[in-house]
Write a protein that binds this ligand. Structure first.
Ligand SMILES: *Cc1c(COP(=O)(O)O)cnc(C)c1O
Length: 394
């Protein structure tokens, strides 16, 4: 199939819910992807933060190849060797105290599980979420998501959700009632524009939740798995939540969600109260198990910290040069560059020059590259941005 045919069929048949870019990707390796015509791109989207260990990491490929020949489907009502191995690795990786996991297939599902669990474990119904938060688009997760554009067409959503400004403990204290089950936060708001919380917010929130008997949920779907320079972003502040959501990158690019909880909380679920057909699918588990090995062996969180610092400092140099850049911010290799205008042309300009970047809202350029990205690739990204910003800065 040629480029045009691929695009025509997708446009004709696929539900029209994605803002598409005119690019057909067919191959990837590390932080590089290729289009159907053989053109090469440095991938600072990481496929929306998924490709943490890099595209088609050989260890993940090998693990999937091996598993695909032994067993692809195994419902969680049966035991499975690969699933068992993965669960142990997940718990070894997770913050101390989060000893139980529910496996699913996406970020929204990981959040759904967290919401149901918070209600069940607390016997209460209200959830407090942050202004600017993104937690997914299924009805429960959407109820925690902030953006009006995503919510308004689907009212009424799940009742009992309130949104408050992040970094404002007093406001959260005010809206907590006797019926508050949980507070849900992203350690760094990703879709919201790469907004890092102030240093005292998460520790203060932990204290407040303990004082009020409210559960604390961290959505680490985007921040987790090495992205911010620690395995989990909550480690930056030494705060352990009661429930934690992980997805995107955990299975090396294959769909997986995971909801971690303290044992006494997860035990609130009775048999049958939460399940999914694909929960703990062996093929996905094999990929995740290999991805965890890669994360640890290649010290990817440390790499994200070092390269993130490097990347950010180079972007800051651009920010000094071009007045159209308002701010550079982020943690590890989760970086945002806020502009004074809509960034659509910047995304296009970069793409034309062989660099793929994301947006976050209208005016933030977002970088979520694979953590295996090379320093020279970052240098090239900066060169390209320099050119594109020079063109825009008129
Ligand atoms: C992407 C994301 C989700 C939703 O994950 P899906 O796999 O798209 O359902 C939830 N929370 C956060 C913080 C995310 O970045």
């Amino acid at each position: 199939m040629n480029e045009k045919k691929v695009i025509d069929i997708e446009d004709k048949i696929m539900a029209n819910t994605f803002a598409k870019r005119n690019l057909v990707l067919t191959r990837g390796k590390g932080a590089t992807v290729w289009d159907i015509n053989g053109n090469e791109y440095i991938d600072c989207t990481g496929s929306y933060g998924v490709a943490v260990v890099g595209h088609c990491h050989p260890k993940v490929v090998k693990a999937v190849q091996k598993q695909v020949e032994s067993l692809i489907a195994c419902h969680a009502s049966f035991y499975n060797d690969i699933r068992s191995e993965l669960l142990q690795k997940l718990i070894n990786l997770a913050p101390k105290g989060l000893d139980k996991v529910f496996l699913s297939s996406s970020g929204a599902e990981a959040v759904e599980c967290a919401i149901k669990l918070a209600r069940k474990a607390s016997g209460k119904t209200e959830i407090i979420a942050m202004i600017g938060a993104f937690h997914g688009k299924t009805m429960g997760a959407l109820s925690a998501t902030w953006k009006k554009k995503y919510r308004a067409p689907f009212m009424p959503l799940v009742p009992g959700f309130k949104h408050v400004p992040a970094n404002n403990l007093e406001k959260i204290r005010e809206v907590i009632t006797d019926n508050t089950a949980a507070v849900v936060v992203e350690p760094v708001r990703g879709e919201g524009g790469i907004l890092v919380n102030s240093d005292d917010f998460l520790p203060g929130l932990r204290e407040l939740c303990d004082e009020k008997g409210v559960l604390l949920i961290f959505d680490e779907v985007q921040t987790g798995f090495g992205r911010t320079g620690k395995v989990f972003a909550c480690e930056h502040w030494n705060v352990v939540p009661d429930i934690m959501c992980l997805a995107k990158s955990v299975a090396g690019g294959i769909p997986m969600g995971a909801t971690f909880a303290k044992e006494e909380i997860m035990s609130a679920f009775n048999k049958g109260e939460h399940s999914s057909t694909f929960s703990g699918n062996p093929l996905v588990c094999a990929a995740a198990s290999a991805a965890i090995d890669v994360l640890v062996e290649e010290k990817l969180p440390e790499r994200a910290a070092t390269l993130g610092q490097y990347f950010k400092s180079k972007l800051e140099t651009l920010a000094e040069k071009y007045k159209i850049v308002r701010e550079v911010r982020g943690l590890g290799l989760m970086i945002g560059m806020e502009m004074r205008f809509d960034v659509y042309n910047i995304l296009l300009g970069c793409m034309e020059r062989g660099v793929l970047v994301l947006d976050a809202g209208r005016n933030v350029v977002r970088f979520l590259p694979p953590l295996v990205i090379e320093e020279q690739q970052i240098d090239r990204v900066i060169e390209v941005l320099d050119e594109v910003l020079a063109g825009e800065n008129k």
